[in-house]
Ligand binder design. Structure first.
Ligand code: HEC
Ligand code: HEC
Ligand code: HEC
Ligand code: HEC
Ligand code: HEC
Ligand code: HEC
Ligand code: HEC
Ligand code: HEC
Ligand code: HEC
Ligand code: HEC
Length: 322
């Protein structure tokens, strides 16, 4: 068994600090107990134990990486350097113990998450971020399963907005660099304002995964994330139009953008309706001849939503008329 810088991070990680950033109570004790056991086992089984790699402290890093350390003061991770268990050595929380590298200046003596296998790079981040609610589904996410690690999206050094990705334009640039086809859909005439930078993919999707198909965001009570902005479609309506709840918005809309007005899946509203409401059955509502209620030959009946205005559901009308 070989000592690795990774296991040193794992065993040396004490409990963090700020909101959401974990760890659970007893773990550090267990971890340090495990470390003690590990090292005594190494000592007894190998005769001469390897010395655990040592931390140098962030100040030492500044001696050679002055510019980078200066810029790092604006990084949210600077917080880990000013207080909590990684106080004074936050660089090494991600790069592993750096004493040896600080002497040699050799790349081989220091961890660079960008050069690690994706799964291992992720571990570096999840060490502190793993217990956050937002990361709950991460391991099962399409991204994690496809080797898209935290560092594929979050650039740690550099401008803070590159790290946080809260600016819609920055997020869209990132997502579209891989999802070229989806980005193309947003160039259609009727689409949410992603091109304009007013909204981002992350408004509808959680890039860290989720239990909904397509990692769609949900709002409270497991409703589709669309309702966060389109609250008037929420209900509950005494007169529901079943597909709205049962099949969801994409039964009738193309959320990534459409050639059709209102981002509908069909060019004309009536063609959409007629997909489900055909003129067959014992009591045909639609048709060319009496007793059909609607005469589809007549232009008067073609624009369904002129009369059925509350198509997403109504509080008062069974036929969604008002
Ligand atoms: C004595 C000067 C010196 C000190 C002190 C020093 N470094 Fe370096 N570091 C270097 C040099 C030189 C390189 C470039 C090595 C190369 O490219 O071969 C480097 C490269 C790196 C890299 C990139 C490695 C890679 O794989 O590309 C990281 C990460 C790094 N240093 C982190 C640190 C951290 C963290 C500290 C503080 C614990 C630190 N350094 C302290 C000189 C130093
Ligand atoms: C939150 C994790 C994290 C912290 C904290 C961190 N780094 Fe890095 N560092 C990375 C990652 C990830 C990379 C790979 C490039 C990237 O994604 O920005 C990197 C790359 C580097 C490099 C290689 C050159 C480069 O920019 O690519 C150096 C040198 C370096 N870090 C030094 C430091 C020093 C010094 C500190 C402390 C002031 C520090 N890092 C703090 C994660 C971190
Ligand atoms: C030493 C523990 C630690 C490690 C390891 C760590 N982080 Fe952080 N991270 C923090 C702290 C502390 C903050 C600041 C949180 C705050 O301000 O609430 C932060 C903030 C962030 C933020 C910005 C959050 C926001 O809303 O502003 C991102 C993104 C992030 N980290 C990504 C990463 C990535 C990617 C890695 C792995 C390369 C990583 N972190 C590794 C502790 C850590
Ligand atoms: C596919 C790209 C992608 C990957 C992979 C990814 N993130 Fe993010 N992350 C984002 C975006 C985009 C945001 C901004 C979300 C928003 O606007 O709400 C974000 C936000 C965050 C935040 C800020 C707080 C929050 O939850 O909104 C943290 C912390 C964070 N990510 C950590 C991580 C860690 C740790 C990993 C790896 C386990 C990771 N991310 C993987 C894209 C990604
Ligand atoms: C480094 C390339 C890369 C980046 C950057 C990236 N993705 Fe992905 N994404 C993938 C891969 C690979 C898959 C899995 C294969 C697939 O479904 O195409 C995937 C799958 C997905 C899926 C569908 C599968 C699911 O269940 O989650 C969504 C949604 C998604 N990505 C959204 C985003 C968003 C939003 C962003 C920007 C915050 C983003 N991606 C950035 C590569 C990337
Ligand atoms: C208005 C909300 C919304 C926005 C904005 C949005 N999406 Fe989607 N996306 C959806 C919905 C709804 C689905 C269908 C998910 C499902 O039911 O499986 C979807 C599906 C996907 C899928 C999965 C396709 C599949 O077959 O599994 C990917 C990948 C994806 N979106 C990427 C993106 C990217 C990249 C962006 C930004 C350029 C983006 N989305 C913006 C709502 C949105
Ligand atoms: C972040 C907020 C937000 C989210 C989330 C969101 N939308 Fe929107 N949506 C908007 C805004 C803003 C408009 C433009 C309203 C306007 O032009 O009056 C819009 C417009 C629309 C339109 C009408 C377009 C038109 O031409 O009138 C449809 C249909 C629509 N959204 C469906 C959806 C669906 C389906 C989802 C979920 C998959 C969704 N939206 C998620 C903000 C959002
Ligand atoms: C049964 C088909 C159907 C379903 C399901 C559906 N819609 Fe619609 N939606 C329509 C039609 C048809 C229109 C156009 C109405 C018109 O012509 O005035 C529309 C228009 C809209 C508009 C723009 C006009 C307005 O009323 O604000 C928004 C926003 C919208 N839908 C959001 C949603 C959301 C969010 C969902 C999911 C909760 C959803 N729709 C589900 C059929 C549907
Ligand atoms: C995805 C399938 C689907 C689409 C598309 C759809 N409907 Fe429906 N609609 C249903 C179902 C299912 C019911 C409830 C069963 C029933 O009564 O036939 C229903 C019920 C109705 C009712 C009430 C029927 C009653 O018994 O009182 C009206 C009115 C209606 N739809 C109008 C429309 C209009 C107008 C459109 C086009 C904008 C439309 N529907 C699109 C599936 C759909
Ligand atoms: C001129 C107004 C008007 C137009 C246009 C219209 N309808 Fe209706 N529709 C009605 C009225 C009135 C009823 C009876 C309402 C009731 O029973 O509450 C009705 C009832 C229905 C019903 C329920 C029938 C039943 O079994 O009770 C369906 C389904 C329906 N319409 C679909 C459509 C479709 C699809 C279109 C477009 C092709 C359309 N309507 C256009 C006025 C209209």
């Amino acid at each position: 068994m070989r000592w690795s810088p990774r296991s040193a991070i794992a065993t040396h990680t004490p409990p963090p600090l700020t909101r959401g950033l974990h760890l659970r109570g007893p773990r550090p004790i267990l971890a340090s107990a495990a470390a003690t056991l590990l090292f005594s086992w190494l000592a007894s089984s190998q005769g001469q134990a390897q010395k655990p790699a040592e931390y140098a402290g962030s100040e030492i890093c500044a001696a050679c990486h002055a510019e980078l350390v200066k810029n790092f003061r604006r990084n949210p991770h600077q917080r880990a350097d000013t207080r909590g268990p990684w106080k004074g050595r936050a660089c090494e929380a991600c790069h592993g113990p750096g004493a040896k590298h600080a002497e040699s200046g050799a790349a081989a003596d220091i961890l660079n998450p960008a050069k690690l296998a994706p799964a291992r790079a992720e571990q570096t981040c999840l060490e502190c971020h793993g217990a956050e609610i937002s990361q709950r589904w991460h391991a099962a996410s399409a991204h994690s399963r496809n080797q898209v690690a935290c560092t594929a999206c979050h650039t740690v050094h550099g401008q803070p907005q590159q790290l946080t990705l809260k600016a819609p334009a920055a997020a869209n640039r990132l997502c579209s660099s891989c999802h070229v086809a989806e980005w193309a859909e947003f160039q259609r005439p009727h689409a949410h304002a992603l091109r304009e930078g007013a909204m981002s993919c992350a408004d509808c999707h959680d890039p860290h995964g989720g239990k909904q198909s397509g990692s769609l965001r949900i709002v409270s009570a497991n409703e589709p994330g669309c309702l966060r902005c389109h609250a008037d479609k929420r209900g509950p309506f005494p007169f529901e139009h079943p597909p709205v709840r049962l099949e969801g918005c994409k039964a009738c809309h193309e959320p990534h953008g459409s050639r059709n007005p209102r981002m509908l899946t069909r060019a004309e509203v009536r063609f959409l309706c007629l997909e489900c409401h055909s003129n067959v059955g014992s009591r045909p509502a639609l048709g060319g001849t009496p007793p059909a209620l609607h005469d589809l030959q007549s232009p008067r009946y073609r624009n369904c939503t002129i009369c059925h205005t509350r198509i997403h559901g109504s509080f008062v009308s069974r036929g969604f008329m008002r």
